[in-house]
Design a protein around this ligand. Structure first.
Ligand code: AHR
Length: 322
């Protein structure tokens, strides 16, 4: 009975935490079976990229023999903070998380540090002066991704070009950095203008909704720059509904290169995609093992990525893993 009450309380407290108490009531993974226990606080399930990232982490943990406690924050920082606190209470060996937004993490990460639990940032970084709060950051260079998108547009447009921007989640590292990198590259071309910019929260429905509003409020849209494929795919639906041809009447640049995005690129509905690799699981588990063993790891591990044109997408699609 008591166990049932505790389990129910745990579920209420942690919302979507899926592995609450999964170590059979023992606190801390290193306690009994010698296995490493990792508490992972995921952003949510907002995009195809995120789904692939979650799968990669879960599969890599199983392959590495790491006991994974996984939570889905449903894109809310408060849920991630709760999850991290619960991992601290459970005395996991290592905490990894992909921060929903950049700021507001110092207090909870200090709690982890005081409990001697190392933290790994994965996919997204935080904005903090105290770099001792985490051991390493594994993920993409989002500013560079924005630069690649800007470079393509600069090379592929002439004359007045009106761009609408579908931003990722407000305050999230990829939204801030992809905007920054893109703006840096188009700055040399005063004929390229961002005429409207708004968040679509990295979701397909958000991209569609914002694009519908842009199409009503903003005349002469030439290009959509979407911070991820899902928002670009939502924009395609809105453009078609407005009687225009995506990829022709309005050109589309996105970031991620997940299968649905790559298919739209191969079909000519998206014009260019900057890759953001979600398959971080293997590297994350390797880093976790080293950190738990007390070995030094580099403070920053950058993911290798490329870009795709329509022809390149056609060639890559048959082998695409996500
Ligand atoms: O942090 C990575 C970004 O988050 C991906 O580009 C996006 O699809 C996801 O939601």
């Amino acid at each position: 009975m008591l166990k049932k009450i505790a389990t129910a309380a745990c579920a209420v407290l942690l919302g979507t935490l899926t592995a609450c108490g999964s170590s059979g009531g023992q606190s801390g993974g290193s306690a009994d079976d010698g296995k490493i226990t990792m508490g992972f606080a995921q952003v949510g399930a907002e995009s195809g990229w995120r789904t692939a990232n979650t799968k990669s982490i879960q599969e890599a943990a199983a392959a590495a023999g790491i006991d994974l406690k996984f939570s889905d924050a449903q894109q809310k920082q408060e849920n991630q903070i709760k999850a991290i606190r619960s991992y601290i209470q459970q005395k996991v060996d290592v905490i990894a998380f992909s921060p929903v937004v950049e700021t507001g993490w110092d207090t909870v990460l200090l709690e982890a540090k005081r409990a001697n639990i190392p933290v790994i940032l994965t996919d997204r970084s935080i904005d903090s002066d105290d770099t001792s709060l985490y051991k390493t950051f594994l993920g993409s260079d989002f500013v560079e991704e924005g630069r690649k998108a800007g470079d393509w547009l600069v090379a592929n447009t002439q004359g007045e070009t009106n761009v609408v921007e579908l931003q990722g989640t407000t305050g999230a590292a990829p939204a801030i950095d992809r905007k920054k990198g893109f703006e840096e590259k188009i700055a040399a071309r005063p004929d390229i203008k961002i005429v409207a910019t708004q968040t679509g929260d990295f979701t397909r429905s958000g991209g569609k909704q914002v694009m519908e509003a842009f199409l009503k409020s903003t005349p002469d849209i030439d290009v959509v720059y979407a911070h991820n494929d899902d928002m670009g795919l939502g924009a395609i639906e809105a453009i078609k509904a407005a009687g225009k041809v995506p990829g022709q009447d309005i050109r589309i640049i996105t970031v991620d290169a997940v299968k649905d995005g790559m298919q739209a690129l191969a079909n000519g509905e998206i014009n260019f995609i900057v890759e953001c690799n979600p398959l971080l699981g293997g590297q994350l588990m390797d880093l976790a093992k080293k950190i738990v063993a007390g070995e030094e790891v580099p403070p920053r591990v950058v993911t290798e990525e490329t870009t795709f044109t329509s022809e390149q997408a056609k060639a890559a699609l048959p082998e695409r893993k996500y």
